[in-house]
Design a protein around this ligand. Structure first.
Ligand code: ADP
Ligand code: MG
Length: 638
């Protein structure tokens, strides 16, 4: 009986037909009591949710309505577990207190902004998500069937081959929903899924959400201003007014409810608009009465109809659950192993790198340009004994190029990437370890390639020694420096916005560059201990030392002093290296330190990203203390 529901076009679609191969999930009912949410707003704290109560049931499509700023997104964030700090009260799933870790495995949150992976088509995005979320137990052909079904269900077949950036607003929204539907989550939260969509797109979206709900899932979405027709589609309506519950019950019950409070809805008026207007105080101070009539969400009177309807569906689901009960399914956090996640993500990142043609050509052009400029500036200085100092300048220039060029694009792009990762990570697509490993591995080939391209031009142009070992040594140092810089970009931008990271990157690099050359020209006179320690922190110093020992390390003959020059002070290479304060350096030590720094930088990047996405206790404490100090400092004297 309930396994048949009316499709949006009036056609009958059976539930099994709609999503045949997906694992069945148990129904999850959510209720919350005395929920409050406080934020620190400047000097004072601000109460956003005020002791609200409510219950959302499986098999139903629930709408959270309310004027803008009422607290709809806040309520969703808290129920989904996206925000935890500052919330108080109790949230229950199926009658027992919510275990956030378990709950996160069951729920998916589709946020208001549709952040989709760039440069891949809808079909590819779905295939990648299916690989990540359906695991390897399911065969590729079965996955394809699942993807096809969802694409059909969400009417995305026309946009299949379209790259995500070119999708229309409605299509983007539907793709976001499609991606999360893949592993049949029992609870789905959506923040304003219809905002920005036209009437047709909104009603398509809502009727498919209803179909999803009828499949035994709890679907909760916040809405801004639904049309009367859209409004009637909802099984359950929850109105939020200034952080409190002003109505909870069936859509059809809104008008009788308001009439009972002496607020008759005009015949030709959209009840959704009316209830939102009333609750935003447009017709006088009635919010208080509404809130007390439903006892801030505790009163169930207006919900009777909806619950009966839901029980029907749940019974049906329970039977199905008995047939397919799979307990271990619930215990896994991710559906694919870490190695699989790594390979899938690596493939996706490499695909995106290759697709980003414009950027690749830009990098080619930039490296050619820099190569020729620097090659011309230091033309043939490699063996000229009168220009040894300038050749040292060439080494420094190489280090600066290897430092800046790989770091800047990361500073610009990674903060946006973090937002995307946040969504996918929150919705349990993959773990951060495989993600970070794939990130590092995917960008390494391009960095190595472009570093070598630059060296292929400058090294011969500046007449450096053409011995295989020296060339390899020089290239190794350059590549290590470039990789560290890239990781340093990740470290800086993993916890900052684009603007702040683009400021922080160069600001931090100035001391590093200055420390790299500190003490040069002093010969063997040791610098003060403090400065030597400070210098040891700059990886650019090891890079510079490495380059100098690569080209000047023994055994190297004296340089050639040109005929027209009377005296070449730095003809002897060992003497020059000594004057630069680098006589004791060992190439292999430098390589070792650089490799260690690369490792440390990557570990730091991973750690900061992890803290950004799921802060541990210490990190949260630091934030709270920081906020506390800020408020105390800004308190005015009176
Ligand atoms: P909406 O119902 O439009 O989704 P929100 O839940 O986003 O509203 O926000 C509810 C209210 O809480 C708004 O007035 C908003 O300004 C305020 N608010 C939300 N987060 C914060 C915060 N971190 N600091 C201060 N005010 C906040
Ligand atoms: Mg909102």
């Amino acid at each position: 009986m309930a396994s048949q529901s009316l499709g949006p076009n009036g056609g009958v679609l059976s539930r099994t037909q709609a999503l045949s191969h997906l694992p069945q999930r148990p129904p999850v009912n959510i209720s919350f009591q005395d929920l409050t949410y406080t934020v620190q707003d400047g000097k004072s704290s601000k109460l956003i949710l005020r002791n609200i109560n409510g219950e959302f049931r499986s098999g139903q499509l629930t709408a959270i309505l309310g004027p803008s700023g009422a607290g709809k997104s806040t309520l969703l964030n808290i129920l989904a577990g996206y925000r935890v700090v500052g919330a108080a009260g109790s949230i229950c799933t199926n009658g027992s207190p919510r275990d956030l870790r378990q709950f996160r495995k069951l729920s998916r949150y589709i946020m208001q902004e549709d952040l989709l992976q760039p440069l891949i088509t809808v079909q590819e995005a779905m295939a990648i998500a299916a690989d990540l979320k359906l695991g390897s137990e399911m065969t590729t052909s079965k996955k394809r069937v699942v993807v096809d079904e969802i694409i059909q269900m969400l009417r995305l077949h026309k946009a299949r081959e379209t790259v995500t950036e070119r999708l229309s607003g409605g299509e983007r929204k539907r793709v976001s929903i499609a991606l999360e539907l893949l592993n049949n989550p029992p609870v789905i939260f959506l923040d304003e899924p219809t905002t920005g969509l036209d009437d047709v797109a909104s009603s398509t979206c809502v009727s498919l959400l209803k179909r999803v709900a009828r499949g035994g899932r709890t679907v909760i979405c916040s809405l801004h201003t639904p049309s009367a027709r859209l409004f009637a589609e909802f099984d359950h309506v929850y109105v939020v007014a200034a952080g409190r519950c002003a109505y909870q019950g069936s859509a059809a019950g809104v008008v009788p409810f308001l009439r009972e409070l002496n607020l008759p809805c005009p015949k030709t008026y959209n009840p959704a608009d009316f209830v939102i207007e009333v609750s935003s105080g447009e017709y006088g101070q009635h919010v208080e009465r509404m809130v007390s009539a439903v006892d801030n969400g505790r009163n169930h009177r207006w919900r009777t109809f909806a619950i009966e309807c839901a029980e029907d569906v749940i019974e049906d689901q329970d039977i199905e659950q008995l047939n397919t009960g799979n307990a271990e399914e619930q215990d896994k956090i991710y559906c694919s192993t870490a190695a699989q996640q790594f390979l899938i993500l690596l493939r996706r990142m490499l695909l995106q790198t290759v697709r980003n043609r414009g950027y690749l050509w830009l990098r080619v052009g930039l490296h050619l340009f820099l190569g020729f400029i620097i090659g011309t500036l230091f033309d043939k200085m490699g063996y000229d004994a009168s220009k040894t100092i300038f050749n040292f300048g060439f080494c420094y220039a190489c280090i600066i190029v290897m430092f800046y060029i790989p770091m800047m694009p990361v500073l610009l792009a990674f903060p946006t990437e973090v937002q995307l990762v946040k969504r996918e990570y929150f919705n349990r697509w993959y773990g951060l370890k495989p993600y970070y490993a794939a990130l590092v591995v995917s960008r390494t080939p391009a960095t190595i390639f472009f570093s070598l391209m630059y060296l292929c031009i400058t090294y011969p142009m500046t007449s450096q020694p053409l011995e295989t070992s020296r060339i390899l040594m020089f290239a190794t140092i350059c590549i290590l420096t470039a990789l560290i810089s890239e990781s340093m970009g990740t470290v800086i931008s993993s916890s900052l916005s684009v603007v702040n990271s683009v400021f922080m990157g160069p600001a931090l690099s100035v001391p590093l560059m200055l420390l790299a050359v500190y003490g040069i020209g002093d010969g063997d006179n040791p610098s003060p201990l403090f400065w030597r320690l400070a210098r040891a922190c700059s990886f650019l110093r090891y890079g510079l030392e490495g380059l100098v020992s690569a080209i000047y390390g023994p055994p190297r003959n004296d340089l050639v002093c040109p005929d027209d020059v009377d005296y070449c002070e730095y003809k002897n290479v060992a003497y020059f290296v000594k004057m630069m304060g680098m006589s004791g350096v060992s190439f292999w030590l430098d390589v070792g330190v650089l490799a260690l720094m690369l490792l440390a930088m990557n570990l730091a990047g991973y750690y900061l990203l992890r803290q950004r996405l799921s802060p541990n206790f210490a990190f949260r404490a630091i934030k709270v203390i920081g906020r506390f100090i800020k408020t105390k400092i800004s308190v005015s004297p009176h």
